[in-house]
Design a protein around this ligand. Sequence first.
Ligand code: CTP
Length: 398
Amino acid sequence: MLAGKYILLIIGGGVAAFKSLDLIRRLRERGATVTPVLTGAAQQFVTPLSASALAAQKVYLDLFDLTDEAEMGHIELSRVADLVVVAPATADLMGKMANGLADDLASTLLLATDKRVLVAPAMNVRMWQHPATQRNVAALRGDGILFVGPDDGHMACGEFGPGRMAEPLAIVAAVESALTDGPLKGRRIIVTSGPTHEPIDPVRYIANRSSGAQGTALARALSALGADVVFITGPADVAPPEGVQVEKVQTAAQMMAAVQAALPADAAVFAAAVADWHVANGSGSKIKKDGRGAIPALRLTENADILATVSQMTQGRPALVVGFAAETDDVIAHATAKRVRKGCDWIVANDVSPETGIMGGTENAVTVISADGAETWPRMAKDQVANRLAAKIAQALT
Ligand code: CTP
């Protein structure tokens, strides 16, 4: 609930601006007061009148509007809010933010504010992927700016990929999490989840039965405690949680790169079922039967161990590194040895023998192993395991 919360909503100039009108409605439904600010370009996409009508508030448009300065100066406007939300955040607006430019009302408010800022980027996929935009995103993250989205999808310009503004309800979830004073507020936590797919050729891959349910539940639970979660997921069955930064990958190598790009972090939880091997002699084109019954021989090479790599970092290691161990026999002995071998702080061990129904199921029975010993929890829903583990992580970090 957002009752009593005051949100300054900066609407940038993009096709997604129309979704910000729905965002105003959703925020107000939850009790928030929303004051819209429209950039000059935003006014090409939505009218100040519709924003004002939906917000039931005055809309601010121009830095040099003297009446506004008499009523409420731009400094004050930027400070009375509990949270500043920029949706859609265009490449241009993020560029200005990253470089401290203040040449209109929106950018001036963003430079003058002393409140947290949440941005929902929206732009063409190539603009999002451009090194200049990615440099600005990294700089903004470094400044503590929160992000929601962008999502993958078809875009108004006809292309497909990351760049679509997050849906209004996902932005609402991010707003709620940004305003929650949970014990993990301000803590950045990386969570890996799901299986990885290791290609054999363009149509075939090696995978495993992980659904991503436990990692997803954990990311949601950490976010609910106020953490800024970077959720790095392979192709999972379950949808990623809302209100967290989602990085989708396919292979173990891509997962490693995404984890490295997400560092530094206060904690990292490696719940993904990463493939141990990839196909070294994979084919760029579909492998065909040769008609004489010859079977193709796949040569496997070991993937780099993400958990071990991060656990053994000599500089910038997260304060808490948590691994998972999926075992089918001698669970505690194997997991205890794995913790020492990989160098992580905790290992969450679970028995994934088919008769337990844990892999791909809704319940989990885990033992948390640390330097202090093993703690076996009763079998419970994966959501409950996630909540309990998130609380334990919060206790360890605070
Ligand atoms: N892991 C990882 N990178 C890999 C392999 C595993 O980060 N390339 C992480 C998993 O996310 C999990 C932990 O390591 O947190 C344990 O993975 P698991 O596959 O169970 O262990 P293995 O190292 O494969 O050991 P074994 O083959 O003996 O089971």
